[in-house]
Design a protein around this ligand. Sequence first.
Ligand code: EPU
Length: 418
Amino acid sequence: MEKLVIQGGMRLSGSVTISGAKNAAVAIIAASILVDGVCKIENIPDIKDVFTIVNIIQNLGAKVTYISEGIIEIDSKNICSHRADYDQVKKMRASYYLLGALLGRFKCACVAMPGGCDFGARPIDQHIKGFEALGATVNLQHGLIEVVAPELRAGHVYLDTVSVGATINIMLAAVFAKGTTIIENSAKEPHIVDLANFLNAMGAKVKGAGTDIIRIIGVDHLKGGCYSIIPDQIEAGTFMIAAAAVGDDVLIKNVIPKHMDSLTAKLIEIGAQIEELDDAIRVKNIGNLKSTNIKTMPYPGFPTDLQPQMVALLSASRGVSVVTEGVWDNRFQYADELKRMGAKIHVDGRTAVIEGVSALWGAPVRATDLRAGAGMIIAALMADGETEITELKHIDRGYVSIENKLCMLGAKIERVDE
Ligand code: EPU
């Protein structure tokens, strides 16, 4: 069993480069199923979720070539199967993008109910509503989702809840649907825009991505091409929070500062010093951080995927903070782990009240999910003494060698295999 052993109290300084966005990469790799030709994709992050989706499309028949670090070529010409079973898809949530992509290509898809982080109920009713609006019939049985459409025709979908996954799945399924598909109340996350840009670069006609109405004008086919994935908003945010916690002067490079606006505003509010550059952000801890209130929301609101990291920071900031989770039902499971480090957190449903303590202390803790694991790392960097973090499989799904990047900035972290 691997664990991270972190010595707290080290200050961070220097520069770190952010990798390509996980949530864009997994959608774009699935979207390559729709492309008739070779796609060269750059800035691919070297993380487990990418290996998993690459492995799944290879099993379906795609040819994937690793060109060099962060660059792959995908040729989906020989994909002949429209079925992905549970043993393939159980490791990650985003494997449900196969439904939209395979439906778009073959007019049928059969994919097992996917796995991923456990935040309570993760329904897919909005994905189903979208597929049905395009003329498909959806059957759920024996843990499989089967979607079949004799013919894909454009549809008009108003999402009942803003869903990243449903927006992406409907976009994928609609690329070849005859006419203009309209998605209203669509998600606006940076990776939605990145997927639309990828599809458009391959010949699709997707308009309005990044607003709450997306229009997809059906085309006959997508050609190959080259595309570079955007920087990871959540990795960038994680490093910004780490730097706000213990950074003397940290330059975070390969960032789109606009994507970070909600976090930047909060960090300034609690007392961190932030300087925005063209494609980088400089963050300094100048001491005396104070409490704040946060509610997570779909983009451009404060991202739920930065909530645990921010709660870790607020646990050692002066005053009482109230953090409300506005996206997931059960995203405070990690609070008990932070309490082992001396944090004072009271969770009631979707709200956590955090009473800042003067210091956290090192303790053995678990990464209960991907971003909770990042939160534990930030807490460990601030704590007095040594922290051991186990269940690294979650962290490795979504961060490119996070401990090496932090060590380059001056942290003391070792990965130990017991
Ligand atoms: N929802 C429904 N019905 C649906 C779909 C979603 O009610 O059919 C609800 C969910 O239960 C949730 C809300 O809508 O309450 C938002 O869910 P969404 O579909 O937006 O989430 P997702 O697509 O499953 C993606 C990210 C998550 C991130 C959320 C919210 C990927 C691969 N995953 O999940 O990222 O938390 O959006 O921003 O893009 C992570 O990277 O650590 C991660 C968990």
